[in-house]
Design a protein around this ligand. Structure first.
Ligand code: DON
Length: 304
């Protein structure tokens, strides 16, 4: 398979399509991004990077960071983690609070905000400077020092974190939160404000395409079974209340962020990242989904 030809074709076929969408503005700094950016990068199992369009321009990874923090705690807490957070699709928006009360403070999955806050709380329980650890970990799996935080996005989100702070208090009321709420909110906003380009994002996710082994870090990051579980969670929960739609159209484990990025994984083949800032009502990038759907359809194989 000529991957460069594949992503060039996808890039050119989708570039001029402009499905309805609007750049996220509930974090005011994110609204300043140029909506016309569009990039794709694919990384094969040998670590070779193929790029098209704006694949080397860094952007805010937002919720995509939740997969990487989950990776950092999954092998430490093992099954104990899954008593604090469930593994079911929520069918609700990513920042919903309603379900948390019905389900007594146990979030449906680690990718909705409530679940991701539990994961960042767990990370805070094992590291003195969790944000520094997250940086170090991402640099390691990308294979170079590339992580930067957009401080203005981080501060903008901290200043508008009423919903996430409410979720954290709710979790604490149910005994499912161990650390200082403001500390964890700060780390969470910091991980979301990390900027990476499509090429580095695809590199950072390549261990999930490679049974847990990172060719860039040169080590086993997760066991094959934990890797398969995280991929299962991305397939079922990675796009919130649009996870079924993404599985139906694209059929790959993936994760979106409100910065307009999406990363997806074809196990045992490649990882791929796309970026187009405008979002649909569910908080996912429709142009990114379109590109990944086309890419998948052009392949001669599928997961299923
Ligand atoms: O907590 C938030 O609302 C954002 N920092 C992240 C949300 C997000 O990226 C949802 N994904 N599509």
């Amino acid at each position: 398979m000529d991957y460069q030809q594949l992503i060039d074709e996808v890039y050119h076929e989708v570039k001029s399509a402009n499905p309805k969408g609007k750049v996220a503005d509930y974090i005011p700094e994110l609204a300043k991004v140029n909506p016309d950016h569009f990039g794709i990068a694919l990384v094969d199992l040998e670590g070779k990077v193929y790029g098209a369009g704006d694949f080397d321009i860094p952007f805010s990874i937002q919720s995509i960071s939740k997969v990487l923090t989950l990776t950092m705690v999954a092998h430490v807490f093992k099954d104990k983690l899954w008593s604090r957070v469930n593994v079911e699709p929520s069918g609700n928006p990513f920042n919903s609070i309603a379900q948390l009360e019905f389900e007594k403070g146990i979030p449906r999955n680690p990718f909705i905000n409530a679940g991701a806050l539990v994961i960042t709380d767990a990370l805070t329980s094992i590291h003195n400077d969790p944000l520094e650890k997250i940086h170090g970990f991402i640099n390691e799996i990308v294979g170079r020092t590339c992580v930067q935080i957009d401080e203005s996005v981080m501060n903008s989100e901290i200043a508008h974190s009423e919903r996430n702070t409410a979720l954290a208090y709710f979790l604490k009321a149910y005994g499912n939160f161990e650390n200082d709420i403001q500390d964890v909110i700060r780390t969470y906003c910091g991980q979301c404000a990390i900027e990476l380009c499509c090429a580095d994002l695809a590199r950072s996710f390549s261990f999930l395409a490679n049974q847990g082994y990172s060719i860039f870090a040169n080590r086993q990051i997760l066991s094959p079974i934990d890797t398969q579980r995280i991929n299962a969670l991305m397939l079922t929960c990675g796009f919130y209340d649009e996870s079924g739609e993404f599985a139906f159209r694209v059929g790959l484990p993936g994760k979106s962020g409100v910065g307009g990025g999406i990363v997806a994984v074809m196990p045992n083949k490649f990882s791929v990242a796309v970026w187009s800032p405008p979002l649909n009502a569910k908080g996912n990038s429709p142009k990114g989904v379109k590109a990944l759907q086309l890419l998948r359809e052009k392949l001669k194989y599928s997961l299923f």
